[in-house]
Every structure is written in C-alpha cells, then in structure tokens.
Ligand binder design. Structure first.
Ligand code: ATP
Ligand code: MG
Length: 439
C-alpha cells in the first residue's frame, strides 16, 4: 500500500508542476474508476492541456512514447506516468483509429471522446472529481454506458464493443439498454478489428474475475461471429448456459493455458476446433501448444476412462494402467496438471467437464494420488541416461533406434520396472537390444 500511495503522490507532483506552469492536468480513466471502486491501483494516466513539447520541456526525465497521439512518459521517483495532451478525435474511417487527432485545452471535450462514462472521469491534485458524464452515478448503480450516442461510439471504434463486454464482466455491471442495442446492431463491424486486438480483449475477459459472465454476454451478443478471420463457434448460448458452473471456476486457475484449456473442454470444443480458434486469434505458439496439449490429454483420458466399469474386478489396476499409459504418452507432469484441474472442478462444482464420470474420476484420483507421489520422472528429460550414454555403452552409430530405445526406457521407468538409475538403465538398455526391442 505504501508503494501505491507513493505512486499517487508522484502523479500529484507531476500534476502540481504542470499547474504551476499554468496548465491544467488531471488523473484520468482507469485510475479514477478503480480508485472510486476501492480497487488496487495498477498505473496512473495523466491528461493535461500542455502539448507534448511543453511536457518534455518541463520534466528532466521523459520518454517520447506516443508523441503523435499526444503521449509522453514522464519518469518521476523512478516510476513512469503516461502524460497525454487533451485531444479530440475525428474521422474513424477504418473503424478503429481516428484519422485526425487535435490537441485541445478543454478537459470536458477530452473526456467526451472516452468510451464509457465510468472511464470518463478525472481527478485533480486535491482529489476533486470531474465527472461531466455522471460516471460516478453509473458506478453506484453498476451501469455500463457509452459516453454520448452508443451507435456512433461503436461505429467509430469497433473494439469498444469487446471492451464493453470486458468491463461489464470484470466490474459486474449491467450494460445500459441503448448501449447494448447499439452493440448488437453494430456487431458486424468487429470485422474491422485486427485479430491480435480481439485476442487481447478475449484474453483479458478469460483472465478476469468473471469469464462466465463474459461468455454469456459474448454468446448473447453474437459478437464473435463477426471477426475478421472466421472462428469456430466459441460461445454458443445453450452450451454456455450448460457450462456456466464450470466456466465460473476459471478464475481458480493461475495459468492462462490452463484457463483456456479448461474453458475449451467445458464448452465441448475439441482439440481440432480449439487449434483453429487459437491460431486464428494469433496466440503465441507456446500458448497454443500448451493449451492444446491439455485438451488432447483430456480427450484421451475421457475416452480411456469411458471404457471402464467401476464394477469390474480389475478396476483399480485398469485405472493404474491408464494413468501410467497417459504418463508415457503425455508426461507425468502434464498428467498431474490435468488431475489437479479436474479435481478442483470436481470439488468446487461437483461436476466434471466433457464425458468424464465423477465416480470414475474419484477412483482414478485415489489411485493416481499414490502413483504420482512416487513417479521417478516428470518428463523424458528427467531420465538418468541420455543418448550419448547409450551410444557409448552400445558402441553403435546414431540412428532411429536411439530414440526408440530412450522411449522404451522412459516407459520402463514410468511402469516402475526399472528404477531411474544410470547403471540399471544402461543394463536394461543392453537387455532390450538383445531382445530386439530397439527395432
Ligand atoms: P484497464 O487498464 O484496466 O484496461 P483503463 O480504463 O485504464 O482500464 P486503458 O485501455 O488503459 O483502460 O485506457 C485508458 C483510458 O483511455 C480509458 O479509461 C478510456 O477513458 C480511454 N480509452 C481507452 N481505449 C479507448 C477506446 N477504444 N475508445 C475510447 N476511449 C478509450
Ligand atoms: Mg489502463
């Protein structure tokens, strides 16, 4: 908290310095909104009547971050603050960016170009609130409303429609009626927005405090059917309604790949469609891989487990075998991640995604609980022998046999037929070669 207070103090000293030179300056946007809601402060944006040149001239440490749009970063007490000149915007022929940005000196006009009333408030260095569009009242009644005519605002910049869903979900706001109607009316304009930007907003909805609500709003609006690159259906109203209790668990997971994998599984999107979706949204490759690996693992496990009967005599050993086979196929580490995600889902909502039976999963969890504790490796790299060891002891030249032999040894360790010990593994390797297991 002390550090955050430091942040506010530094912002105020920038504002006071600007005021001393005859400029007006305010804390604006997200900071004011979050402050009024008692939320944690992330950063503080400042708006001022001073031009970028004047801001640069006033402060010893600045960086010209976005001068064309009027933004200069001022470094104060070791922290960066974006100081942006009041501006008005016009043009929006690409439905994304204004053709013209004009620097102005009037705060209210600057606030009027902002998207929602709750984002269009300003605070001066004495913490007096400037709220010409009644954002405070909308916060009090939990209402999300465009500044000005919603149809025009969404037409100017189609990304605002996704921001609308994000803010409504994140801050538990009801979207005001004309704002909502304008969003639905303009949804086809989302086609003008680059997929990277769509991805960023979606990622923030999924990473946010209430992705289940975000999913419901996206389903109800039909917004995502209108992206520039067509996406496999992500949020179908019926499926979202059915998956609601599972989707509400997403905030319990920490990693975004886990959140996305769980969401895809809950929405019954298979690895094939999931792959197309993540690719079209231009997610980073590693994020695509990590997410899809988990979806595939889930599909494989759900399929294997669906063939078991809890009544059969060999049920416990079948569970163990499936667990070990999964470890060989996907790695013990990935299996553990999956097990924990599903266990959390089972405990938190009493429900499991996909075709997974709660009874069979509970039994698997019991068996795997013991097995995974004593699992000697988490991934192939943990094996105590490597390729050069095998080349040395066999005096053979490298070839496809080498990889096969390493795979086989990995499997032997996972099935606990051999300990993860270098000597023993080398010995086992020679036996396997003798028995022809490397061919
Ligand atoms: P957060 O950082 O938590 O997303 P924020 O309100 O700070 O919330 P930013 O994207 O950082 O959001 O934008 C800062 C401010 O700039 C917003 O509060 C809003 O006033 C304005 N703004 C941002 N994007 C738009 C937009 N697309 N159209 C109109 N105004 C916008
Ligand atoms: Mg911000």
């Amino acid at each position: 908290m002390a550090e955050k207070q430091g942040l506010v103090d530094s912002a105020k000293s920038i504002i006071r310095e600007l005021n001393r030179r005859g400029f007006s300056a305010y804390m604006v946007g997200g900071y004011v909104r979050d402050r009024l809601l008692g939320r944690a402060v992330k950063d503080i944006d400042i708006a001022t009547s001073a031009t970028p040149d004047q801001v640069v001239a006033l402060f010893p440490h600045t960086a010209a971050t976005g001068v064309k749009h009027g933004t200069v970063t001022v470094i104060m007490d070791g922290q960066g603050f974006e100081v942006t000149t009041f501006r008005s915007e016009a043009g929006y022929s690409d439905l994304r960016r204004p053709d013209q940005v004009r620097f102005i000196t009037d705060l209210t006009e600057d606030l009027s170009r902002r998207d929602f009333t709750i984002n269009a408030m300003a605070m001066d260095a004495d913490e007096a609130l400037y709220d010409p569009f009644h954002g405070m009242e909308d916060l009090r009644t939990a209402t999300l409303r465009c500044v000005g005519d919603p149809k025009r605002r969404f037409s100017e910049d189609a990304l605002r429609m996704l921001r609308c869903v994000r803010f409504a979900a994140e801050y538990k706001l009801e979207i005001e009626k004309t704002t909502w109607h304008a969003l639905v009316h303009n949804r086809h304009k989302l086609a003008h927005i680059a997929m990277e930007r769509v991805q960023m907003e979606l990622a923030r909805i999924v990473a946010g405090s209430d992705p289940a609500r975000g999913a419901k709003l996206l389903a109800a609006s039909g917004l995502l059917a209108h992206t520039k690159t067509a996406l496999p259906v992500l949020f179908h109203p019926n499926v979202v309604a059915e998956a609601d209790s599972l989707l509400s668990l997403i905030p319990l997971f920490h990693e975004s790949a886990h959140k996305w994998a769980f969401m895809l599984i809950a929405l019954r999107i298979d690895a094939n469609d999931g792959g197309k979706l993540l690719k079209s949204l231009k997610f980073a490759k590693h994020m695509q891989h990590r997410t899809l690996a988990l979806v595939r693992l889930h599909e494989w496990m759900a399929n294997e487990l669906s063939r078991l009967s809890a009544r059969s005599d060999d049920f416990p050993s079948s569970l163990q075998n499936i667990w070990r086979a999964g470890c060989v196929r996907f790695s013990p580490a990935s299996m553990s991640v999956w097990l924990d995600l599903m266990n959390l889902a089972a405990h938190a909502s009493g429900k499991l995604p996909g075709e997974l039976s709660a009874e069979i999963f509970a039994a698997l969890y019991g068996q795997a609980f013991v097995l995974r504790k004593r699992m000697p490796v988490a991934a192939p790299a943990d094996l105590s022998v490597n390729g050069s060891d095998l080349l040395r002891i066999t005096a053979r030249s490298p070839g496809p046999w080498l990889g096969k032999l390493l795979d086989k040894l990995y499997e032997e360790v996972i099935y606990e037929r051999v300990p993860n010990d270098r000597e023993r593994l080398c010995q086992r390797a020679l036996e396997l070669i003798r028995d022809g297991a490397d061919t």
